[in-house]
Design a protein around this ligand. Sequence first.
Ligand SMILES: C[S@@+](CC[C@H](N)C(=O)[O-])C[C@H]1O[C@@H](n2cnc3c(N)ncnc32)[C@H](O)[C@@H]1O
Length: 328
Amino acid sequence: MRPVRTSDDVMEIGHGYQRAMILFTALKIGLFRGLAEGPCGAPLLARRIGADPGKLAVLLDALSSLGLVGKRAGRYRNAGIARDLLLPGPRSMESILLHHLDGWGEWGRLPSAVRAGREPRIRAEGGYQENFIRGMEENARERAARVARAFPLRARERLLDLGGGAATYAVAWAEGCPDAEITVFDTPGTLRITRKILREKGAEGRVRLVEGDFLKDPLGGPYDFVWISQILHAYAVPDCVRLLRRARASLAPGGRVGVQEFLLDDGKTSPPGAAFFSVHMVAVTDGGRAYTAGEIAGMMRKAGYRKVVAEPKDARGVGIVHAFGGPS
Ligand SMILES: C[S@@+](CC[C@H](N)C(=O)[O-])C[C@H]1O[C@@H](n2cnc3c(N)ncnc32)[C@H](O)[C@@H]1O
């Protein structure tokens, strides 16, 4: 990402929310799905999706200037990038984008969150949890098989995917090692959606689902490997250490833990995506933020883990810190 140098650059940041909302609105009102029924003018599309034709035309023209929609002789069609990424399909980003829209209200209150700590959370409209969990699946689907290969399980090893969300990683491990025993622990609200996703993928029965609050309820076990992916950033350091201790207590002799996070570099100002994500956590959680690999390693040592190793981050800044924690 290019650093800000000119007044135009500053204005581009100031206007950023407008572009985001043009895209979010198009997704929210089903504009791309409506156009997928066939190229058409604004009045016909307005009838298809239930919108005001004049206002819809303004939105369509802006989407056209972004390159997401094509316009010829007053008729609009989805651009290739929109067909690939903004409609249902194997590369769809619909849910993760709608999840970002769900955070809009809380971002609007970021100044008061930063000044004075948090006020009660704004509940986003219905569908929040579904967008969130399906969005996590979209984020993880390309990475999960790579991670499962990098940390192979032996036959009959027991893995706990703590806060496993859509079970994307759990299913990847189940596919890589059909004899392993895979458990996903998550909240009842999340697992309701996980069950739907597993049914859609024909993967019911591949993983065991356990409902609970991982900071309070028994985690079961013993496990040979506890996987904690994209969890710690939602919690302040004392709760992270508490969770890591609870995970360690559930390990079998020789057991390991892997923590995956969107990691900041040591100075915490890069990569930019992780620095912005950290602000997102300030906006939407009570004490969370992004951490550096060194901070996560420190929390692991405090929780009693040994032989802590940080693997290099990928291009998006996602990295894994792993360690041994079971009784030796
Ligand atoms: C950001 S998602 C990560 C999902 C998955 N691990 C992944 O990497 O794709 C965080 C998950 O943690 C779960 N979670 C958060 N707090 C929890 C708690 N106290 N007890 C159990 N699960 C929790 C959420 O329901 C959600 O599924």
